[in-house]
Design a binder for this molecule. Structure first.
Ligand SMILES: C[C@@](CO)(OP(=O)(O)O)[C@H](O)COP(=O)(O)OP(=O)(O)OC[C@H]1O[C@@H](n2ccc(N)nc2=O)[C@H](O)[C@@H]1O
Ligand SMILES: Nc1ncnc2c1ncn2[C@@H]1O[C@H](COP(=O)(O)OP(=O)(O)O)[C@@H](O)[C@H]1O
Length: 277
């Protein structure tokens, strides 16, 4: 069944672990990442009409609704028309894939309206294939090799961003080495302790260069740990960091404390896979 109007969530992407394992001739880097999604994110609404975009929400002022917006680029790649409203709730250029998640949500929405998915959606951004799936996955190559993983345990998470935009190309450019080993095998995680135990044997290779470019990230990580996170790490190229917590009440309290620094912070959880709505 096709629809005249649809609402699609664009969940925040989290690189729970991210190893940079190589560099291609064109400058793009080879990654090996455990990707999960949060139960919070942007939202897109699509209705029948000529191609247009309106951006609302707390982070709308930082984002132009111009032809470069990934929502419009996604619709053009799908050769589709729709009136799109993007509710921008995630900070822009912050390592949680907002733009890629929006593009993927537009493509999912267009599919529900009867349009075919375009070939090679990674042309919109390296994170678009994994955001199309929007479920736990191992992401390899420059992003297009996506292997779905079993569901992760329900884990309370705090996302926190100190309000500095770190440009992804700059962070890749500041890497000291690009020939790191791949991730260890990814098991089925029975609980939070098992997930944290595995994460401790991994890294986000983009964290050290991002910290050099934006030292405030170290304060965010320290604050998450001080608030009781069992594990804290930066996502993607930053500057958003995530903390994993044993209980939702503890995550709520931590998010409130981090907001006292003037940072964006939200208590959420690792999301179950998207269900068609
Ligand atoms: C680093 C990651 C990890 O998931 O996340 P974010 O920090 O963006 O959330 C992604 O690979 C980012 O994906 P995305 O934000 O879609 O990147 P793109 O628009 O395709 O690329 C932006 C720039 O990042 C660099 N880039 C990106 C991906 C990759 N595998 N190697 C790279 O070197 C390139 O300089 C590229 O020009
Ligand atoms: N819908 C969109 N949401 C966010 N950023 C967008 C969007 N469309 C285009 N962009 C551009 O993409 C760049 C990367 O943004 P984003 O995807 O939020 O970063 P990240 O992947 O690091 O979280 C930004 O500099 C922004 O100008």
């Amino acid at each position: 069944m096709t629809h005249d109007a649809v609402v699609e969530p664009a969940p925040a992407k989290l690189n729970l672990a991210l190893h940079v394992t190589g560099r291609r001739g064109d400058g793009y880097h080879l990654l090996d990442s455990l990707v999960a999604f949060a139960a919070t994110g942007d939202e897109v609404q699509l209705s029948l009409g000529p191609l247009s975009l309106q951006v609302t929400g707390p982070f709308a002022p930082g984002l132009a609704a111009d032809e470069d917006n990934l929502c419009l680029r996604a619709a053009r790649l799908a050769a589709a028309e729709a009136a799109i409203v993007l509710d921008k709730r995630l900070p822009v250029a912050s390592g949680i894939g907002g733009g890629s998640a929006d593009a993927a949500a537009v493509l999912r929405g267009l599919a529900r309206m009867g349009h075919a998915l375009p070939d090679m959606p990674e042309r919109l951004g390296a994170d678009v294939p994994v955001c199309l799936l929007s479920a736990p996955a191992r992401m390899r190559g420059v992003g297009a090799i996506v292997t779905p993983l079993p569901a992760l345990p329900p884990v309370p998470v705090v996302l926190a961003n100190p309000g500095v935009a770190v440009a992804t190309p700059k962070v890749f450019g500041a890497l000291e080495r690009t020939d790191n080993p791949p991730l260890p095998d990814i098991p089925r995680f029975a609980d939070l302790a098992a997930l944290i135990g595995w994460l401790r044997g991994t890294r986000n290779d983009l964290e050290p260069p991002a910290l050099r470019l934006a030292p405030v990230i170290a304060r965010v990580l320290a604050a998450l740990t001080a608030q009781g996170a069992g594990f804290a790490r930066m996502s993607g190229s930053g500057a958003t960091c995530f903390g994993l917590f044993a209980a939702a009440a503890q995550a709520d309290k931590a998010a409130k404390a981090l907001k006292q620094h003037g940072w964006w912070a939200v208590a959420t959880e690792l999301a179950p896979p998207l269900r068609p709505r």
